[in-house]
Design a protein around this ligand. Structure first.
Ligand code: FUB
Length: 342
């Protein structure tokens, strides 16, 4: 739901229709990444706060400066907030805007992947390491070599390989790259050309770098044709997430300015992924972002909206709801406020 429609929302009525309520209310949280480590649920959100910067298309109002970790014993337990686990002032290369992060577990260590802007305003992705899923995380002195843009999401495949997906257009700067190189002259392609693709790279054994140059992740229609840049209802914008279901790879993402969480299905972690539909209809607030996680035999969609802040787009709250598949593996579309006239 775009920000300019917020003044027309009756939040009391909206909350009555909402399928779920904020997971925590003592702080604003967004951009969930969720994993089960050693039988417990861990949530790695963005920690929204008001940096006092007005809304713009560059996303400068998302001025986040630290990360918290939440944990839950079960899906219906009250989340525990483990406090600040990494602050931007402790990251030598980063200056501001700690956006969506993710965490991976390997050989007893936990790796927090996060984007932030350098002093020159360019986003890169860093890694911070801990012995515990709840941190504190010790940042590497430099960003990952060759990393760029935002929204890292790390997927562990069944063979033990880890892949990092990333990228986001507009404020996320993905449009400034071609063949993994920055160019001030680059921009989003014309509407009749292929949309910009998210990126994927296998991670190195030590989890601290990419083991290969990032590759474009192709999202195609049922005829194998890449989605077009002008196909705003379906094309990739930001918020990559990958999960496996019945041997298939599900790549899900936000469409940004059309506010959907969509998904596409492939046969391997690199794609191509065939567009398959909408997972989540628009939520209150400009952004939408999610994680999909299997917990004790059921699947859940973690997402955010801005209903707790009454529509302030950079003050969002995490929510969770069950996600269901049909017998063919299609995900049933979720309306976050069923029955609400919009
Ligand atoms: O939280 C800042 C940005 O907003 C994230 O990186 C995007 O995915 C969007 O949710």
């Amino acid at each position: 739901m775009p920000e300019d429609s917020i003044e027309h929302i009756d939040f009391h009525r909206l909350n009555k229709h909402a399928i779920s309520q904020a997971l925590v209310t003592h702080m604003y949280t967004a951009d969930p990444s969720v994993h089960v480590f050693n039988g417990k649920i861990y949530i790695y959100p963005s920690h929204d706060f008001d940096a006092g910067i007005p809304f713009n298309d560059n996303g400068d109002h998302f001025g986040m400066e630290d990360y918290h970790v939440l944990s839950m014993d079960a899906i219906d337990s009250k989340p525990e907030d483990h406090g600040v686990v990494l602050h931007v002032k402790d990251v030598p290369w980063a200056e501001r805007q700690m956006w969506d992060c993710d965490c991976a577990h390997k050989n007893g260590k936990y790796y927090l992947y996060f984007p932030a802007k350098r002093a020159d305003g360019i986003f890169q992705i860093g890694v911070a390491v801990s012995d515990s899923p709840t941190g504190p995380f010790e940042p590497q002195p430099k960003p990952m070599k060759g990393s760029y843009s935002i929204d890292p999401a790390v997927f562990q495949d069944t063979d033990g390989s880890y892949y990092m997906y990333f990228g986001g257009i507009w404020g996320g700067q993905l449009q400034k790259y071609r063949d993994n190189k920055y160019g001030e002259m680059y921009d989003v392609p014309p509407e009749n050309e292929s949309a910009l693709a998210p990126r994927v790279a296998k991670l190195s054994d030590d989890m601290l770098e990419c083991a290969e140059s990032p590759k474009a992740v192709s999202i195609v229609d049922e005829n194998g044709i890449p989605l077009l840049a002008g196909d705003n209802d379906r094309r990739f914008f930001e918020a990559s997430w990958v999960h496996r279901y019945k041997g298939k790879y599900y790549f899900s993402y936000s469409t940004g300015d059309t506010h959907f969480i969509n998904y596409a299905i492939g046969d391997n972690p690199y794609g191509p992924f065939i567009f398959a539909g909408i997972i989540l209809k628009p939520v209150v607030g400009w952004t939408t972002h999610h994680a999909i996680c299997e917990i004790q035999g059921k699947w859940y969609l973690f997402y955010h909206d801005a209903s707790l802040s009454k529509g302030i787009t950079h003050l969002r709250s995490l929510k969770v709801t069950e996600l269901k598949y049909d017998e063919n593996g299609a995900i049933q579309t979720i309306d976050p406020y069923p029955g609400l006239e919009r």
